[in-house]
Design a protein around this ligand. Sequence first.
Ligand code: UD1
Length: 373
Amino acid sequence: MKKVIHIVGARPNFMKVAPIHKAIAARTPLQQLVMHTGQHYDAKMSDVFFADLGMAAPDIHLGIGSGSHAEQTAKMMVEMEKIFLKEKPDLVSVVGDVNSTIAAALVTSKLAIPLSHVEAGLRSFERHMPEEINRVVTDRLSDLLLTPSRDADANLLKEGIDPKRIHLVGNVMIDSLLSSKEKADQLPTLKQLGLTPRTYVVATLHRPSNVDNPKLLAGLLSTLIHVAKKVPVVFPVHPRTRKMIAEQGLAAELEKTPSLKLVDPMGYLEFLSLTSQAQLVMTDSGGLQEETTALNVPCLTLREETERPVTVEVGTNEVVGTDPTRIREAADRILAGDVKKGRVPELWDGRTGERIADLYARVLGVETKRAFG
Ligand code: UD1
């Protein structure tokens, strides 16, 4: 039987692989294995997502953990090579732009194993971002490039990728969102945090370009304090950010504003229950720009650029940069009720996993159990 290996490693990978795995199991006779690199290892950064998404534990766990980019990527590559040689997959499927993705792309292509990149073609055009390097290299090496939106197709065509390898399948993360929303809505998250719907803000910050720069981080945190003086702000803090806040001695300042609630990273369902009822989300995350667009919740992206322009052109996202004055002005405007209207982009319909499963079955020459429709 033909075999597909899915690679996961960091938080945003789990909600992308879950719907693909489920659809392949339901619609095709393909054998599948999930390989977890261990890039994220804390229970709140990894295990909780498997439980929330109804995914079985990974079939293979490499247990790599944190490290410098070279160290982490190289360790993953060494272990992956052994597994690929043993398992001999017919296709390796990678998602997104994390270090686990580029590690698998490099090993797979050197072993001449067909490689599929889900979420191909996104570009921030900022080479200082590790994710941009990961995206560009992975796309170069991929045999199948599965895109979430037409802007991604255009980027790949401009880079000379053969159009026959590009497949517009839609946004697979939205499959997880739509199938989890009802469950998330039943959670008592708002009550536990003393919040009422549409009268609070959710904030996240974890990009190295924002949080590893002390001056920038202090400026961004000052905008959260500003907003928290008007409405409660819930801020689930990524480990990288928590470390920087401690190192820079910024915690005392944040504690002076109790309506700015610093909490631990949240599970998928708990976080979805929070974002879906927020008045505004302020973030530097890529996935959250997409989720807020799908949820029709206003989003301010605290970066100078986005690799997900469809969320701005069609959705609720506004890229406001990192200047505190500009961020405060935009947040004040939205809290005063002046919000940008958005629509849900094409093919963000909850069926991307099915389209991917059918494509993999076709490419690997196996019959699908059900015709796509
Ligand atoms: C990674 C991805 C980023 C993604 C993000 C989601 C890369 C280059 N970056 O960034 O694209 O948006 O995941 O969260 O792949 N740490 C823990 N516990 C964990 C994992 C990490 O404490 O379970 C700490 C460690 O100190 C580690 C740091 O967080 O050094 C950064 O983790 P890392 O995986 O290197 O990058 P992220 O910033 O999480």
